[in-house]
Design a protein around this ligand. Structure first.
Ligand code: SF4
Length: 269
């Protein structure tokens, strides 16, 4: 019997697969990424600093926001990945100012309401048999998401930063179910539980920083489908089986600035 072809897919990249699969293939299968901009670096720094705060809360330790904020400054100034400092209209100094403000708001307004039980949990890989000798192994660490206990059960809140994550005071959840559904599936698989849903904590990195938290929604259903409607896993299986990753020139990220495949893609013309 021929051994299956195994594709490892990080849960955090699952959302991008359904934005422009052609771009996703370039980065995650063919290994041709693009250096991140300062806005992405700010997102990483916010996740790191808030994770230190939340981990201390889970351990029952007291920590001042100013102590965990040092992690934000350090991450911004000593990134562990390539950064293109010309990619965004944001300097590291401005990113630090916005980031420190968001970090303080998060620690004061969001973290105390969350009842986190897990932060930065390592997740066990999960195999999805796509048929035709193709297996997709979902992997991941919830370095961007946490787990909180609510009246409705366990929920996975994911921090999202950016200029457009909040609109008129509400967090946008559209298009988030692919990544959050992958986290729900992997967490359930790892811990032998069934999470009740996911939610988005939006950190707006505009010049007027703001924070908002979305209602809980069932991201798993979008991944696995139900009532005769296929889920995203089924569509992904088709892509992996056929090797055809369709382009999406209408993606918000379809530009030279954001897409690593731009110079090698004729679909945007
Ligand atoms: S240029 Fe546009 S269509 Fe082409 S891979 Fe990038 S995002 Fe997709």
């Amino acid at each position: 019997m021929t051994a299956p072809t195994v594709f490892k897919v990080r849960a955090s990249s699952w959302g991008a697969l359904f934005d422009c699969a052609y771009a996703w293939e370039w980065t995650h299968i063919l290994g041709k990424g693009k250096a991140a901009g300062v806005r992405a670096l700010l997102g990483t720094a916010l996740h790191a600093s808030t994770a230190v705060n939340d981990s201390a809360l889970v351990q029952g330790e007291s920590i001042k926001p100013s102590e965990s904020a040092a992690v934000l400054v350090d991450t911004l100034n000593h990134p562990e990945f390539d950064v293109d400092y010309t990619a965004d209209d944001l300097s590291v100094r401005d990113a630090e100012r916005i980031g420190l403000s968001l970090h303080a708001m998060y620690c004061a307004q969001v973290a105390p309401r969350m009842h986190y039980t897990d932060v930065e949990t390592a997740l066990d890989p999960m195999d999805i048999d796509c048929g035709g000798g193709i297996v997709v192994t979902l992997t991941g660490r919830m370095d961007r998401a946490r787990v909180s206990k609510t009246a409705a059960g366990l929920v996975i809140p994911d921090l999202k930063s950016g200029r457009a994550v909040i609109s008129q005071g509400y967090v946008k959840t559209k298009g988030r179910s692919a990544q959050l559904g992958a986290y729900q599936l992997l967490y359930d698989h790892t811990k032998g539980v069934r999470t009740s849903g996911a939610q988005v904590v939006g950190l707006s990195t505009t010049t007027k920083p703001a924070i908002a938290v979305s209602p809980v929604f069932d991201a798993r259903r979008v991944m696995v489908g139900g009532d005769g409607t296929p889920g995203l896993i089924e569509y992904a299986a088709d892509m992996f089986r056929s090797g055809l990753f369709p382009p999406n020139p209408q993606s918000n990220l379809c530009s030279r600035k954001y897409c690593a495949r731009w110079d090698y893609c004729h679909f945007h013309e």
